[in-house]
Design a protein around this ligand. Structure first.
Ligand code: COA
Length: 246
């Protein structure tokens, strides 16, 4: 069984996180597969829309914390770095269905999605500073723009979890859907989007995301600090505390 499940359905490439024993934490292999599925989907004329979701009533608990310990070098070929820059380059729209935990990159990747639905069990969290790290995926720029500086500072500096209702109030998600209907609702919206004229969809998306160059610069800055913090004593202590449940 793969930890990333993929199904192409009427123009929609559904990509599902599936690593139940680690709450769908993203391993290096999973980043690698995600990126390949996105790159292949971008080049495939039959695919119009990407849809992200998680199995086992969980979206993803974020980067695998064990990999934070073992893989300090964040060069351009690092699987997580490739995935982040692939998100930045994405031309086709992406929708997401969020159930359960959406931690770290589980929340920041939503800033690169176009339509996001969550059920009432969704719990978002940006615990980068809690782990003695800094935000990634351009969240240090995109989040203040989206929710305003004071709220972004609260979410990023205190790193506490917040629920679907708060995420909706903050305009991080489009709508809260009941757990039973979340997948089918998100898929039906994705199908609707897939039937729209593809060229106009991609151009409109590109126009709405016209800060791409500035965002790319911010992502490089984030990575630089992320890389040095990864090696810091304060971060190593936090990783050990999580893994040893202390
Ligand atoms: N990386 C590695 N392992 C993880 C993980 C992660 N991001 N998230 C969860 N796990 C593992 C736990 O270590 C545990 O493994 P074990 O059974 O071998 O001890 C297992 O998944 C279950 O996790 P647990 O914490 O017991 O589940 P929970 O339902 O009580 O809590 C979360 C779920 C997602 C709230 C909690 O696991 C969590 O906060 N994870 C860390 C998230 C994080 O900080 N991500 C990085 C952001 S930059």
């Amino acid at each position: 069984m793969s930890n990333i499940e993929v199904l192409d359905d009427a123009g929609v490439r559904i990509i599902c996180f599936n690593r139940p024993e680690k709450r769908n934490a993203l391993s290096l292999d999973m980043y690698q597969q995600l990126t390949e599925y996105l790159i292949e989907g971008e080049a495939n004329n039959d695919i119009k829309v990407f849809m992200l979701c998680g199995e086992n009533q969980c979206f993803t608990s974020g980067n695998d914390i064990r990999d934070f310990i073992s893989n300090g070098d964040l060069g351009p070929s690092h699987p997580a770095v490739r995935f982040l820059f692939c998100l930045l380059e994405l031309k086709k729209p992406m929708v997401a269905a969020v159930s359960g935990s959406a931690v770290g990159i589980g929340t920041t990747l939503l800033l690169h999605c176009d339509l996001i639905y969550a059920d009432p069990t969704a719990q978002f969290q940006l615990p980068f500073v809690n782990l003695a790290l800094v935000p990634e995926a351009g969240a240090s720029m995109l989040l203040p723009q989206l929710v305003g500086y004071p709220k972004a500072a609260e979410l990023l500096l205190l790193g506490e979890p917040f629920d679907a209702h708060t995420a909706h109030q903050l305009k991080l998600i489009n709508e809260i859907i009941t757990p039973d209907a979340l997948h089918s609702h998100t898929l039906s919206v994705a199908h609707k989007l897939a039937r729209q004229p593809a060229g106009a969809v991609q151009l409109t998306r590109q126009l709405m995301r016209s800060n791409r160059n500035r965002l790319q610069h911010q992502m490089y800055l984030e990575l630089e600090h992320f890389g040095s913090q990864l090696k810091s004593e304060e971060a190593r202590a936090r990783f050990s505390a999580f893994l040893n449940k202390t």
